[in-house]
Design a protein around this ligand. Structure first.
Ligand code: ADP
Ligand code: ADP
Length: 227
């Protein structure tokens, strides 16, 4: 079933349309990808979905309810959306476990602890629960970041160039790992990247962003077999 629906989305900076009438839909459990060169507006779309960038025209809906339009905007913290960033954005003064537990303040402490352990196991970092971010490699920090984003059980995960700071080999391995982790939870996600190989390896739907819209929104198979 359809989880995310973006309809005729327009986003502006200083009266300039960065996104200009973009539409897409994403089914539950699918990993979508926004592909395009730096500056084409990929992050702006993610920020609009997360509620950090205003929508000038059109709408964004999650599970059939509008979360953003020109007249309505649900507060970012109320959206069932988790984010993973290129620079990991972990809290340096918190342990790995505390980072993963950060979004779980509403859970009673036993449940929170159980959830944190479960997430650490899922990303294969149980042994590092009491370490600090600076003691971990880039790939490990990115897995912590994913665990933290998934812990509150959001409906949608947004991944903004998550592998850009990693070397090529690690990138390949981690992108497949992360695909497996997302799939194991039937998590719906959108990946933003400028790397075509990454897009094809990880995603079920790929859209190329050009001139503020998606030129095509299709499976890797169909894109590859385009004449
Ligand atoms: P991408 O993620 O594809 O690199 P962005 O969404 O970050 O692209 O940026 C899209 C365009 O919006 C770029 O031309 C960028 O210069 C512009 N832009 C981004 N942030 C701002 C801002 N805070 N103020 C004005 N223009 C911005
Ligand atoms: P609190 O006192 O609010 O429980 P803590 O600083 O002990 O805060 O930990 C923050 C979060 O990380 C909490 O969700 C806690 O349950 C979790 N946590 C801390 N250390 C561990 C650990 N070693 N294993 C699993 N969860 C942990």
């Amino acid at each position: 079933s359809q989880l995310l629906k973006i309809k005729d989305l327009t986003c502006r900076y200083d009266n300039e349309d960065i996104i200009a009438g973009l539409s897409l839909t994403l089914n539950e459990g699918d990993i979508g990808c926004l592909l395009g060169p730096s500056g084409c507006g990929k992050s702006t779309i993610l920020r609009a979905i997360a509620g950090f960038h205003p929508v000038s025209e059109g709408s964004i809906s999650l599970q059939d309810s509008v979360i953003s339009s020109s007249s309505k905007s649900i507060a970012p913290e109320k959206r069932p959306v988790g984010m993973v960033f290129q620079d990991y954005a972990l809290f340096p003064h918190m342990t790995i476990a505390q980072n993963v537990g950060y979004g779980l303040h509403k859970l009673p402490s036993q449940k929170r602890k159980r959830k944190v352990l479960e997430m650490l196991e899922l990303v294969n970092l149980s042994d590092l629960a009491n370490r600090y971010p600076h003691e971990l490699s880039g790939g490990q920090q990115q897995r912590v970041s994913l665990a933290r984003a998934m812990a509150p059980e959001p409906s949608l995960i947004l991944l903004d160039e998550p592998f850009s700071n990693l070397d090529v080999e690690l990138r390949k391995r981690l992108s497949l790992d992360i695909r497996d982790i997302l799939k194991s939870l039937n998590m719906t996600a959108i990946l933003v990247t400028h790397d075509q190989h990454e897009a094809f390896a990880m995603c079920d739907q790929i859209g190329v962003i050009k001139d503020g819209i998606i030129q095509q929104w299709d499976s890797p198979y169909n894109l590859y077999h385009e004449p």
